[in-house]
Design a protein around this ligand. Structure first.
Ligand code: GRG
Length: 307
């Protein structure tokens, strides 16, 4: 009973924070006022079509944990929170395209290409990625020296984690191996890069913008890596179980779409226990730098989520 009350309090806090992040993000979206406003409409549709806002939330919590100034947050932190969500959204818009997963629905709504056409799906994804860099660099240009230097480093980390050594690299191997059996090393590479890299970027950018020492940023990068892998294993578990409780229940299907997943490779029991182990390790790292509280609850929630 007590645990349930605590969980509900956490859920309320999470919803309030996600609402506040929505307001922040809205403030950085383009106006739909050009002759080419179709792309702006598609961008705004995709960004505002729901989403848990986990990455900007992690960034903001890491910023707080590392002593980032509340007073400067609007100028220093908020553009980066919005930019990271733009990058995440572009990745989903492109992932849904006919050339990739060809999905018509995401978060219970039409995907961007389904609502606006494939051409606009491609352009809206491109535009969101570019707009993310515009948002970060515009903010950096307006800052004083110390913050400008931090901003450039944070933007560089985000760019790296989104690119060929990060999310795009992971997605590339995933796409190339579709329909083929994968080995453990390939699956690990895909998880770390496709899913983990942007979560690492969220932790690291928050720390860098707050002025954290490099050792702290490196610890948070490691925590992000662990969280990313656990998050993706949980995604594979949910692919099999739907939103059912996994422990002690039978596996409903062994292989979905002939795809190698953590569950098909290692079995459900190991998948469940590895999620717990990775999550505990991430929580320990965050606690070691004084972050026990909302951030560790968020990590546990993300990993043990049922959607
Ligand atoms: C197209 C370069 C490129 C990359 C696409 C993000 C991605 C890479 C693919 C989406 C498919 C997928 C299962 C990715 C794993 C990461 C993941 C679970 C993303 C969904 O993130 P959430 O749960 O999404 O934070 P919301 O909807 O809450 O924003």
């Amino acid at each position: 009973m007590k645990t349930r009350v605590i969980q509900m309090q956490f859920k309320d806090m999470l919803n309030n924070k996600a609402e506040a992040i929505n307001d922040i993000i809205k403030g950085f979206l383009p106006a739909e006022d050009t002759m080419s406003c179709e792309v702006e409409k598609a961008m705004n549709y995709s960004v505002m079509a729901g989403g848990k806002r986990i990455r900007p939330l992690i960034m903001s919590e890491a910023y707080k944990l590392c002593g980032g100034s509340e007073e400067c947050a609007a100028q220093v932190l908020h553009p980066f929170m919005a930019a990271l969500e733009f990058i995440h959204t572009y990745s989903l818009v492109h992932d849904d395209l006919p050339a990739m997963d060809n999905d018509m629905y995401r978060r219970g709504q039409l995907t961007t290409h389904a609502a606006f056409g494939e051409d606009m799906g491609i352009l809206a994804g491109d535009a969101l990625l570019n707009y993310a860099y515009e948002t970060m660099l515009r903010a950096a240009c307006d800052m004083t020296d110390t913050y400008r230097e931090r901003s450039i480093r944070a933007a560089s980390v985000i760019a790296g984690k989104a690119g060929i050594y990060g999310m795009v690299g992971g997605q590339t191997l995933d796409v190339k191996l579709t329909g083929m059996p994968m080995n453990a090393g390939q699956l690990d590479y895909i998880f770390r890069l496709k899913t983990g890299a942007l979560i690492e970027a969220a932790f690291m950018a928050g720390a860098i913008l707050a002025g954290a020492p490099d050792e702290v940023t490196a610890k948070l990068e490691k925590a992000g890596d662990l969280v990313g892998v656990a998050f993706q294993i949980q995604d594979d578990i949910l692919d099999v179980t739907g939103d059912a409780e996994v422990i002690g229940k039978p596996v409903l299907s062994d292989e979905k779409n002939n795809k190698t997943t953590y569950v098909t490779l290692y079995g459900m029991d190991k998948a469940v226990s590895d999620v717990a182990e990775l999550s505990n390790e991430a929580v320990d790292i965050i606690c070691s730098i004084g972050g026990e509280g909302f951030l560790t609850d968020l990590v546990k929630y993300m990993i043990h989520r049922n959607n």
